[in-house]
Design a protein around this ligand. Structure first.
Ligand code: CTP
Length: 404
């Protein structure tokens, strides 16, 4: 995989040389971008020799010989941006979208996955501002790895060490395209729906869309042709995904039905609204007109309908429950005729809706459920695909492809 390694100016920058060597030994193609601060800790020449590429330095924003700006070229070249070590300052710039040097300018132009491995003194890492920046990045789908606990350069012991390089290389490996779903079409839905009462009011739910977006990115990593039907969410489209934005459950149903027949795998991660106002007013209603009660109507169940419109596709549903998780998941597996139901407990504040982590149990028709312990949503997406992919491959695709 083509990895752009961003190195920032902290003492852990000395480890970047070894990291480049390990990444290359793991068969990655590595280019390095050094911040000005990093050059005080590690020389460009060291990384140039180890990577086999000229190092991008702070001042390299100018066009190259072919007229292409180097930060644009670097962003196009890379399949993964890995910032290690990431300093508090660079984390802040990435969170804010600032672009005052080569690395951060390239990061803004980069559409692929980003992995950051912070390293700094514990007091810095624990600052609310730094924690908030790391959290902002997580919420946008950036993988934040570490820091780990141990001896720090200051002589203190605490949280702040750059994560072990072997762990970091294994994490980079996880972004490598596997290609096992090459030629397969995957349809993912994500986010909430909004059911309008009038032009300003709507019924909706707390889904952030992050789980669905992570699933779409994971399907791309596995080589699939991926379509994402997204409700109203503020998330960047993962690289390689074809996205269709919708608002209401009815719009989502149309968008899904249009794409479902050609799909080998359909993952309904969207929190589709079950109810909509009985009537939608074209003008803003006065509170005097609203009365004390709202007439509601049921929306159609998209997943259940797919059993008929996409019978050959492997169909995966989600179940967000606050009680009786197992019984409810099994009921949905049967009622919606899905092959998998991924269930999570939304009564917990630390996972699920709006959080960057999740913890799920995957219920399967004809097999025992599998519990996936708490992890980032991209990690949960990997675990879900590990379970689902064999079912997709077992179904083959000869008839489906002929029909396309
Ligand atoms: N779903 C759907 N269409 C709907 C509602 C839900 O396709 N109108 C899908 C969701 O995308 C999810 C699964 O069905 O994959 C489970 O959704 P959930 O709302 O938990 O199920 P409900 O059928 O609404 O069950 P209940 O309200 O009884 O818990």
């Amino acid at each position: 995989m083509r990895v752009l390694l961003g190195v920032c100016g902290g003492i852990a920058a000395y480890k970047a040389a070894e990291l480049v060597r390990l990444l290359r030994a793991a068969d990655h193609d590595v280019r390095c971008a050094l911040t000005r601060g990093a050059e005080s800790f590690v020389t460009p020449l060291t990384l140039e020799v180890l990577s086999g590429y000229r190092v991008y330095r702070q001042e390299y924003l100018n066009p190259n010989d072919s007229g292409e700006e180097l930060h644009v070229e670097a962003a196009r070249w890379a399949e993964l941006l890995c910032v290690a070590p990431a300093t508090a300052h660079t984390l802040g710039k990435l969170a804010l979208g600032l672009a005052d040097d080569f690395l951060t300018t390239t990061a803004l132009g980069f559409e692929g996955p980003v992995l950051v491995a912070p390293a700094m003194h514990s007091t810095m890492w624990m600052q609310p501002a730094v924690q908030a920046n790391a959290q902002t990045l997580r919420e946008r789908g950036v993988s934040v790895l570490g820091p780990s606990i141990g001896a720090l350069a200051s002589g203190d012991t605490g949280v702040g060490r750059l994560v072990d390089l072997g762990v970091l290389v294994r994490e980079v490996d996880r972004f490598r395209s596997t290609g096992e779903l090459a030629g397969k079409r995957v349809l993912v839905t994500a986010g909430p729906t909004r059911e309008a009462l009038d032009p300003v009011r709507f019924l909706s739910n707390r889904s952030s869309g992050r789980m669905g977006f992570a699933l779409a990115a994971e399907a791309v990593r596995r080589g699939a042709d991926v379509q994402l039907v997204a409700g109203p969410v503020e998330l960047p489209t993962p690289r390689g995904v074809e996205r269709c934005d919708v608002v209401s459950a009815a719009e989502m149903r149309v968008a899904v039905e249009e794409r479902a027949a050609a799909a080998d795998l359909i993952v309904m991660a969207a929190a589709v609204g079950d109810l909509r106002p009985g009537k939608t007013s074209a003008r803003k209603l006065k509170k005097s007109e609203l009365g004390g009660e709202l007439a509601l109507a049921r929306t159609a169940d998209i997943l259940a309908g797919l059993a008929e419109s996409a019978p050959d596709a492997v169909r995966v549903g989600f179940a967000a429950e606050t009680e009786n998780l197992e019984a409810e998941a099994i009921r949905k597996l049967e009622q919606k005729q899905a092959q998998f139901i991924v269930a999570n407990d939304v009564s917990r504040a630390d996972i699920g809706f709006g959080q960057s982590d999740n913890e799920v149990t995957v219920f399967r028709s004809g097999a025992e459920p599998v519990h996936v312990p708490k992890a980032s949503k991209p990690a949960i997406a990997r675990a879900v695909f590990d379970l689902v992919v064999p079912a997709v491959l077992a179904r083959g695709g000869a008839t489906k492809r002929a029909a396309r």
